[in-house]
Design a binder for this molecule. Structure first.
Ligand code: FAD
Length: 505
């Protein structure tokens, strides 16, 4: 009989050296003993080179691989992110924020939003953002590390990062190589499979070198070299819900202080991101090619950037959806190889990290047990579908009348899971987070409200406070939040003091 150790996987091969590949390499090398890890990438093919805004969960990943945060922000010429500010999404002229972190506080059995709904109906509540430290600080371009507001029961600042995608991959590479990961340069020309099991056995580079392994992690980007080209796993297309299929990206000079948040500005046939870094601003126009040409989309982008462009605009093409099975046989796909959800809520890097965390939890033996693989795939599907629903909400709940794109988004049929969430909210403002879906109730609340979905009522328990008590409740929170925000340094000062990258070469 085999000893337990005999069935252990010892050889892992990662295909691709973009964000996904190096995140996987860093995480596996830092957390799993006894593995030999080789990463194969081709400089000639290169990486997608975008993906510069994140959400707070990335801090867990940083902690997992032992990153010093200031060093990381400095090395990636990054900045801090308190949320996403949306312009013109519900109606032209609307501005709202999906800020990270707590808003107000719950009271008794009810979440804050129930009191806010009553307060708004009675004219005693201000804007949702007045009760969010993140949003209040964002409006003032302030940032600081403040886990709690001192002497109160309120949470402090919740944050993520903006960073330069190429520098991030390089940073992770240094960590991974220091932890023993080996790298092979070259184009993969052939994928060899076992005739009986169908498992991938080896990759052959153009120069004839063969690289064998037991577990293969496909981080080859949109091409999906192993999971699709070799194994033909299949792709579930979601473009009928998320019709944007291209982006034009261009970096520009910074024009003013770095905002501690991402901006998402809706245009007639899509939307534009602005991501502030220390040395430049990342800009991109995500659009649907059924409604606007690439030249027109580039013109819209160039007319709406704040500083001088630093490069020629470049086009990226994509298809929204997910791989039918992110894990098939001995191949696990991560990153763009596993699927694509557009970047409106900066969820792709989170999904890479999530895929890695789930892979660690379900790390296989050499038998590649089918029950284990199925469990992994079910969880990955759930994670993708719930994020997909949240993203669709931004498009669907619009009242814009200026273009056929927005009319199509408003009139399209939506997934039943999303329809149920909206219907529940419309009745009396209730929100239920199911399982460990990524976006929490207060995130949904900000977007639903920001997109002008107004519930018919609120929970009757919110009537337990008198009108004066309710007004005092809001007033106290607003005062605490405003005071805490005003004591934070400006975002630029914080960076200068803790993690300034200096002048780029
Ligand atoms: C327009 C746009 C905006 C985005 N914005 C965000 C955002 O703000 N936030 C966010 O979280 N995510 C964002 N993303 C997603 C994010 O860019 C990706 O999730 C991330 O960069 C991971 O990419 P990747 O590593 O999977 O693929 P890639 O970066 O494409 O890397 C693929 C790797 O595979 C290698 N490779 C491919 N074929 C071969 C071969 N035959 N032989 C050898 N090597 C090969 C390549 O050389 C490369 O190293 C965005 C994506 C797009 C398209």
């Amino acid at each position: 009989m085999d000893r337990v150790g005999d069935s252990r996987i010892t050889k892992v091969v990662i295909v691709g050296g973009g964000t996904a590949g190096w995140m996987a390499a860093a995480a596996l090398s830092r957390t799993m003993g006894g593995l030999s890890i080789r990463l194969v990438e081709s400089e000639e093919i290169g990486t997608v080179g975008v993906g510069e805004a994140t959400i707070p969960s990335i801090r867990l990943f940083n902690a997992l691989i032992g990153i010093d945060e200031d060093d990381f922000v400095c090395e990636t010429r990054g900045s801090f992110k308190l949320g996403v500010q949306f312009h013109d999404w519900g109606r032209i002229g609307d501005v709202y924020m999906h800020a990270f972190g707590q808003i107000g506080r719950s009271l008794g059995m009810l979440p804050f939003q129930q009191y806010w709904l009553r307060g708004r109906a009675e004219g005693v509540a201000g804007r949702v953002g007045d009760y969010s430290l993140n949003e209040t600080a964002a409006h003032q371009n302030r940032f600081g590390r403040l886990p709690h507001i001192p002497n109160t029961s309120l949470d402090g600042i919740a944050y993520a990062f903006h960073f330069d995608a190429a520098l991030y991959a390089a940073y992770l590479r240094r960590i991974a190589e220091a932890a023993g990961v080996e790298r092979s340069e070259g184009k993969i020309a052939e994928v060899r499979r076992n005739g009986e099991t169908g498992h991938v056995e080896a990759l052959v580079l153009e120069n004839g070198t063969a690289i064998d392994g037991e577990l293969f992690i496909d981080c080859s980007g949109f091409r999906a070299l192993l999971i699709e080209e070799a194994l033909g796993t299949g792709f579930e297309d979601w473009t009928h819900w998320l019709p944007c299929d291209r982006a034009i990206a261009v970096p520009s000079e910074n024009a003013g202080p770095a905002r501690p948040y991402t901006q998402a500005i809706a245009h007639q046939s899509g939307w534009q991101w602005r991501i502030p870094l220390q040395h430049r601003t990342g800009n991109g126009h995500v659009f649907c090619s059924d409604f606007i040409s690439e030249d027109e989309a580039a013109a819209v982008l160039l007319a709406n950037i704040e500083g001088r462009p630093l490069a020629e605009p470049r086009t990226l093409r994509f298809r929204t959806g997910m791989r039918q099975r992110a894990w098939s046989g001995n191949v696990v796909a991560l990153g763009l190889a596993s699927g694509f959800l557009e970047p409106i809520e900066s969820t792709s890097i989170h999904l890479i990290q999530n895929g890695i965390a789930r892979l660690l939890a379900h790390f296989p033996g050499r038998d590649f047990d089918a029950a284990n693989i199925d469990a992994y795939n079910r969880r990955i599907r759930f994670d993708h579908e719930r994020i997909r629903d949240f993203i669709i909400l931004h498009y669907h709940a619009n009242q814009r009348t200026d273009s056929p794109f927005w009319t199509r988004c408003r009139e399209m049929a939506i997934p039943e899971t999303l329809a149920q969430k909206i219907a529940l909210f419309r009745s009396q403002g209730q929100l239920v987070r199911e399982g460990d879906e990524l976006f929490v109730e207060i995130g949904w609340f900000q977007v639903l409200t920001g997109q002008n979905i107004v519930p018919r009522g609120y929970h009757p328990m919110a009537d337990q406070l008198s009108r004066e008590e309710l007004s005092g409740f809001f007033g106290d929170i607003e005062t605490i939040v405003a005071g805490a925000a005003s004591r934070l340094p400006t975002h630029d000062d914080f960076i200068a003091q803790h993690c300034a990258a200096g002048v780029p070469a």
